[in-house]
Design a protein around this ligand. Sequence first.
Ligand SMILES: [Zn+2]
Length: 327
Amino acid sequence: MLRTFLLNSCNELIEASIHYVNNDLKSLTNQKIPIQYEIQNAIKFNARSVFHQDQYSLIFYSEFFDRIYNAFNTLLYRENITFYQIISFGNEAYEENKAQLYLDILFDLACRLIINHELGHIFNGHLKFKKHHGQSPIMYMNEDQNDLSPLVSQALELNADAFAATRSIGVMTYESNIAKYNEIIPNLIKNKSHAFLLTVVAAVIVFSIQGLGRKRDKLDLQQLKYLPLRTRQDYYLRCAINAHQTMNSNEPLAFDIHFLREVVPNIEQYLNLYNHHALGFDADEYSNANNLDELSTVYLEHCDTLDSFWAQNMRERLKPFSYFPPA
Ligand SMILES: [Zn+2]
C-alpha cells in the first residue's frame, strides 16, 4: 500500500498530466476528454488504459509508484555523491534540500513517463482504433496481453512513447517551470540541457526498473508485441531529442544521441547496483552489459522499419480516431 504522502502526490501527478494534455487539446480543438483514473493497491508493475462505454480510464498499480520512489530516494542519499553530482549538472557538493527537490523532480518525471504513455494510447486514438476493429479497447503496459499483431502493437507502443517523450520535454524545458524550481532554490536547474538531462535520467531509471539490464532470453523481434527495452529506450531518447529541438530551437542541446548512448549505461548502472545491494540480485543478473545486442544495427534498423510502417500504414488509419493530428 502506498504511503499517504506518495498517494497524494501520485494523484496530483496523474491529474496534472491529464490536465496538461487536455489544455493542449483545448487550444487546438476547443474540447477536453474526460478521463477517470484509479491507483489500485497491488504488487504489480503494470498499468493500462481502457475505453469502456464511452469512458476513458487509466489504472495504475501502487507498486509502480512505490518502486520508483524508493529507487530515487536511495540513489539520492548523501553517500551516493556521484549520482547527486550527475543530477546537479556540475559536480556540486551535496545539499540536503537540493537533493530533496531533485528527488521530487525525478519522481515527477519518471511517473509522468508512464502516465503520458498511457495518455498517448487515449489521445492518439489507439483505444478507439482497437474498438472500431472489434478488439478489446485496452492497452496494457506489460507484454503480450495486447491482442494486436506484433508489428501494429510495436508501432502503437512506439507512438505512445513518442507522445510521452514530447510531453515530458514540454513540461521540463518550459521556462516558467524551470523558473518555478529556481525560485525555490536558486540555480537548481542550470539551463535547458540540464532540464533535458533530468528527463533522461528519469527515463533511464524507469526503463531500468522494468528490466533494461536484466539478463533475458533473446526473442524473435518479429513476434514481440513490444520492442526490447534497450531498443525502446534508445527510441525514446531520440524522440526526446527531436522534441527538444522542435520546442527549444533557440537553445540547442549540449549533447546528441551518440553522447547519450555513452552516458546512459552509467546512469543505468546505479539502478543495477541498487538491485544488487538493496534487493539482493546477483551482479550479472542486472548489468548494463546485458542485452547490448538490442542496440545493434538490426534492432535500430527495425525502428526505422516501424517508422516507415507508421507513416505508410498506420498514420491514415489512426487519423479518424486520434484527437491530435497524428505525428
Ligand atoms: Zn503502451
